[in-house]
Design a protein around this ligand. Structure first.
Ligand SMILES: NC(=O)c1ccc[n+]([C@@H]2O[C@H](COP(=O)([O-])OP(=O)(O)OC[C@H]3O[C@@H](n4cnc5c(N)ncnc54)[C@H](O)[C@@H]3O)[C@@H](O)[C@H]2O)c1
Length: 282
């Protein structure tokens, strides 16, 4: 295992809610690798309280910020630079939420105020974080920003609802801002498209168990865990990946390039409809 690859780096980690959160694992590994960072989450998540346990474990301060509020983000950057003693080297955007999904509204019956909220929290917030950092000149050269995405940005997953549009926009913002930030300050911006993972946000999607089992059966390496995802994030924050930017990076055990697998043929698909009627009995 590599050691200290984030030594001396300063970061901001958004989105650690509880010990299942992907951001939680990233914080643990960033600490192991020598980084210092500030943890941030929405006021409601701070009221839940688990994040303070992570703060203690990783000797990091926790700062409340609703990621849709530019004032909160400005304050977060200002305070983080004071606490950490300099500009920021890495940012994890590990935030997603859809009121339409939460309320169980069908995709053909979306509430458009909720849709705005989904896009604001889950995608436009990345632009707000990047634009605030850009204007405040809060990041060091060769800094790295990573946001978490899902393959529903490219393909239809029937119950992923308006989060699919949010992820498509998130990936697009990473490309567009990645250009401007790269040119101006050599800061890189990427998204990681992660396997289904057992977390609060993940399991909130209707049919999550099927998403998880199907992806696991399709992927030659199986689903990537949150620990695996955290390792990938750490590599992207490190200087070992300096020339990677504006990419959507699949971290899914091979799922995104599969059509069908032996495991699905043998185990997963038992059709109870009439589509087998005209097929040979195999
Ligand atoms: N779990 C999966 O299957 C999966 C797969 C691919 C991508 N992702 C993405 O990974 C990211 C992290 O999710 P997770 O799975 O670790 O779940 P999680 O529920 O642990 O994390 C989601 C976080 O978003 C935060 N958040 C929501 N609204 C906010 C706001 N207004 N301001 C600040 N923070 C806010 C929550 O407090 C929470 O900490 C999300 O972008 C999610 O879409 C998850």
């Amino acid at each position: 295992m590599v050691k200290d690859i984030l030594n001396g780096k300063r970061g901001i980690i958004f989105g650690a809610l509880d010990h299942n959160s992907i951001a939680w694992k990233v914080a643990e590994k960033a600490h192991e690798q020598g980084a210092s960072f500030v943890l941030s989450n929405a006021p409601i998540a701070l009221r839940k309280g688990d994040i303070f346990e992570l703060g203690k474990k990783t000797t990091s301060e926790v700062i409340s910020a609703d990621i849709t509020q530019v004032d909160d983000i400005e304050n977060l950057f200002q305070e983080s630079m004071e606490i950490l003693g300099g500009k920021i080297d890495f940012i994890l955007h590990s935030v997603g939420m859809s009121p339409n999904v939460r309320k169980g509204l069908h995709y053909t019956d979306l509430d458009y105020n909720y849709l705005q909220k989904t896009l604001d929290v889950s995608a436009i917030s990345l632009h707000k974080v990047l634009q605030t950092a850009f204007k405040m000149d809060a990041m060091n050269q060769w800094g790295s920003v990573v946001a978490l995405s899902y393959i529903a940005a490219q393909r239809t997953f029937s119950s992923y609802s308006d989060m699919a549009q949010a992820k498509a926009m998130l990936e697009s913002i990473a490309r567009s801002f990645g250009y401007h930030y790269g040119q101006k300050r050599k800061v890189r911006v990427n998204t990681i498209s992660q396997s289904p993972t057992v977390t609060t946000a993940g399991t909130g999607v209707k049919g999550f168990n099927s998403f998880y089992a199907y992806a696991n059966c399709m992927s030659p390496l199986g689903n990537a865990t949150s620990d695996d995802c955290a390792n990938y994030c750490i590599s992207l924050f490190s200087d070992l990946t300096r020339m990677v930017t504006m990419q959507n990076l699949y971290h899914d055990g091979g799922y995104s390039n599969m059509g069908i697998s032996d495991q699905v043929i043998e185990n997963c698909f038992v059709c109870k409809g009439d589509c087998h009627e005209h097929l040979p009995d195999k």
